[in-house]
Write a protein that binds this ligand. Structure first.
Ligand SMILES: NC(=O)c1ccc[n+]([C@@H]2O[C@H](COP(=O)([O-])OP(=O)(O)OC[C@H]3O[C@@H](n4cnc5c(N)ncnc54)[C@H](OP(=O)(O)O)[C@@H]3O)[C@@H](O)[C@H]2O)c1
Length: 282
């Protein structure tokens, strides 16, 4: 089957229409992979639903309506609200039992999802994913693992998430660690950009210009690593002249323990995901 046929006549539903749902949904809409009238969204507030109505998607306050209408259902609520959202996702009358569920929820394991979703449909096929918000601008990363999925489901998953960035399947045991980098990473990137811009503002560069320059520096550095495939340390060495200005800046970063801080950030986020995995088992 051609990629373009995979989602033909398929309805994609989102339970929870917030930031992550918007990054995924608006990202794939921009790519033209699905039409707005093939999307169903449920959320709690009119404010969130109106964002989706404005792009022509179908909206409802009833989670079970999304389950009934959709072939592929993305679970996009906060981990603490998942049980509550799923309680209201059980259709009042029998619906097609063949559904693919894609969870984006941090920490919630395939086993936990299996137990919870089996109360909604008898044979849930499940993907546990960790996407990130840059999907919205087609520069995302999604890591995932799956259970009871078909070859077709895997192809759908790749189509949905590769269209807006990198999408890679990994072992479930690595999900929380990978998510600490990919899912949480944009926040660290924003902080680094903001801090670099602050430094430039301190030296007299206007704020807007400083932020634009700092963001482009990170985009450029990332692309250099991906496209040249050189080690980041080598690329760093290539811009550090002996006794030059860049090595002076590098020394300042090392004095501030920037590497240890970033490594600690990954460890802290992964530990918190592990805690969430334990607390969302039931
Ligand atoms: N944000 C990220 O960068 C990121 C990255 C990777 C994974 N994730 C995961 O994505 C999930 C969602 O995060 P988010 O940042 O998108 O949060 P968010 O912006 O707060 O969105 C969550 C949405 O869930 C809706 N909701 C809450 N309870 C509901 C219920 N009972 N029924 C239906 N909808 C309900 C909320 O509706 P209202 O707005 O109408 O109140 C809200 O729009 C989390 O589990 C998180 O782990 C997020």
């Amino acid at each position: 089957m051609a990629d373009s046929d995979l989602l033909q006549n398929k309805i994609i539903g989102f339970i929870g229409g917030g930031n992550m749902a918007q990054a995924i949904g608006m990202g794939i809409l921009k790519k033209g992979i699905i039409k707005p009238n093939n999307i169903w969204i449920s959320s709690r507030t009119e404010k969130t639903l109106s964002i989706w109505k404005n792009v022509g998607a179908n909206t409802t306050f009833k989670n079970y309506e999304v389950v009934q209408k959709s072939d592929i259902i993305l679970l996009c609520v906060k981990p603490q609200l998942l049980n509550e959202a799923l309680e209201t996702s059980i259709p009042p009358s029998n619906c097609d039992q063949e559904k693919l569920f894609i969870s984006v929820i941090v920490g919630v394991t395939l086993a936990a999802l299996q137990a919870k979703l089996s109360k909604i449909v008898s044979k849930p096929r499940i993907v546990r994913s960790m996407p990130n918000t840059p999907l919205l601008v087609s520069e995302g990363i999604t890591v995932y693992c799956s259970s009871l999925t078909t070859e077709n489901d895997e192809a759908v998953m790749k189509l949905l998430f590769s269209s807006t960035g990198i999408c890679e399947k990994i072992q479930e045991s690595l999900m929380n660690s990978a998510g600490a980098l990919t899912g949480s990473g944009p926040a660290y990137g924003y902080m680094i950009v903001e801090a670099l811009a602050d430094g430039a503002v301190r030296r007299g560069i206007p704020r807007e210009t400083a932020t634009k320059f700092a963001a482009q520096v990170l985009v450029g550095a990332g692309k250099m690593i991906l496209q040249t495939e050189k080690h980041p340390g080598q690329l760093k060495d290539e811009v550090c002249s002996p006794n030059g200005s860049t090595i002076a800046g590098v020394h300042a970063l090392e004095s501030g323990a920037v590497r240890a801080s970033l490594m600690n950030a990954i460890a802290a986020a992964a530990s918190r995901s592990d805690e969430l995995s334990s607390s969302t088992q039931n």
